[in-house]
Ligand binder design. Structure first.
Ligand SMILES: [Zn+2]
Length: 119
């Protein structure tokens, strides 16, 4: 949920320094980290953010969301639970868990993207 700059172990490879060379104002919007999911509140349409998550099985989690519309005259405050199910594999794990049995997604026709050289 919360992450600060001193957290080590982030593997994204992108440091968030005030570097706006690529993307300008949009650069910040792409950096939402991996742990904050957003949903649209079904009642008022505002953004709702995850408060807690609960792992039920390795393939199923419950996410508790809270609507961010909690101030002003038009307060919503809806809190709700959503379900997150892992449904299929796109790229197989290099360390597969034998207990996890997921169907493989149909490959797209454009598979060359995987092999494109960097640079
Ligand atoms: Zn709402």
């Amino acid at each position: 949920m919360k992450y600060d700059k001193n957290t080590t172990g982030a593997k994204s490879g992108n440091d968030m320094e005030n570097d706006t060379r690529f993307g300008g104002a949009n650069a910040n919007r792409r950096h939402q980290g991996g742990s904050t999911l957003k949903q649209i509140c079904p009642h008022c349409g505002a953004v709702a953010t995850t408060r807690t998550t609960r792992t039920i099985t390795p393939l199923f989690r419950e996410l508790r969301f809270q609507c961010t519309n909690v101030e002003g005259d038009d307060v919503c405050g809806h809190t709700f639970v959503a379900a997150l199910t892992i449904e299929r594999t796109i790229v197989p794990s290099a360390r597969p868990n034998p207990r996890i049995n997921l169907p493989i997604a149909q490959p797209r026709t454009n598979r060359t993207a995987l092999a494109s050289p960097a640079g």
